[in-house]
Design a protein around this ligand. Structure first.
Ligand code: ADP
Ligand code: MG
Length: 242
């Protein structure tokens, strides 16, 4: 069974149709990359998956259970589905360790010592345990994004959504963030990435989805999407950006 099934999702803002009956399956341990021109709906799709936005028609299921529509416990859902954005992820008035233990303490009811131990273990995995007591503004953008990923991982999510997490970074900081994503992929984390990093998508994705006019216009393994795209729109998009 797929971990996530997006079944004819429809989302509009006023007269602007962003998702127009979009369907997509994400299997467990899969890394799915969403590509497409700015404004094609990548962020909207991710935000609909963890219910920061609501779809108006269709259905999204996680482990076969409907997570759209009424009666869904959003706290439970967001424990299962972590999301990291382009920037401004951390609370500026809290230290790194406070930022990453907040969720486990408040939402999971984890004890303080356990949360701290878990936080420190994850920070050392990304080489940032020495920054535990620092405030976010003392960290580079790349370090902040790595901490933001750790914060999401603290909840042991079944799925991680990453929305252009390297777009706001100076070029020399991009690779340290992508290294973590690569490491998570190798450990079997299921992820959906909206990304402009085509080289990275090609390397890390199991499936690449090109979004166009509110649907997945073309999808497939990266070797085919990048090496032998079939659709005219896919070809035109890739020609423009590569
Ligand atoms: P992408 O992430 O692929 O660049 P988005 O999902 O951010 O695209 O946006 C898709 C379209 O929806 C864009 O035209 C954008 O302007 C519009 N949009 C996104 N969020 C909102 C919103 N909250 N209100 C109105 N329009 C929005
Ligand atoms: Mg976006």
């Amino acid at each position: 069974m797929a971990l996530v099934e997006i079944d004819k999702a429809y989302k509009h803002y006023g007269s602007l149709v962003v998702l127009n009956g979009l369907s997509l399956e994400i299997k467990e341990h899969q890394v799915v990359c969403l590509i497409g021109p700015s404004g094609c709906g990548k962020s909207t799709l991710l935000r609909c998956i963890n219910r920061l936005e609501t779809i108006q028609k269709g259905e999204i299921r996680l482990h076969g259970d409907r997570i759209t529509g009424p009666g869904v416990d959003l706290d439970v859902l967001r424990r299962e589905i972590g999301i990291v954005f382009q920037g401004y992820n951390l609370f500026p008035h809290m230290s790194v360790i406070e930022n990453i233990t907040l969720g486990p303490l408040k939402v999971l009811g984890m004890g303080k010592a356990e949360a701290r131990d878990k936080g420190m273990a994850l920070l050392s995995r990304i080489g940032l345990s020495h920054k535990a007591e620092e405030f976010p503004d003392r960290l580079s953008g790349g370090q902040q994004q790595r901490v933001a990923i750790v914060r999401a991982l603290m909840m042991d999510p079944a799925l991680l959504l990453l929305d252009e997490i390297t777009s706001a970074l100076d070029p020399e900081l991009v690779s340290e963030v992508l290294d973590i994503v690569r490491d998570l992929a190798a450990k079997g984390m299921t992820m959906v990435l909206a990304t402009h990093e085509m080289g990275f998508a090609r390397e890390v994705a199991d499936k690449v989805c090109f979004l166009q006019e509110g649907v997945v216009y073309e999808e497939g393994p990266p070797s085919r999407i990048f090496g032998d795209p079939q659709g005219e729109r896919t070809k035109a998009f890739l020609k423009r950006i590569i």
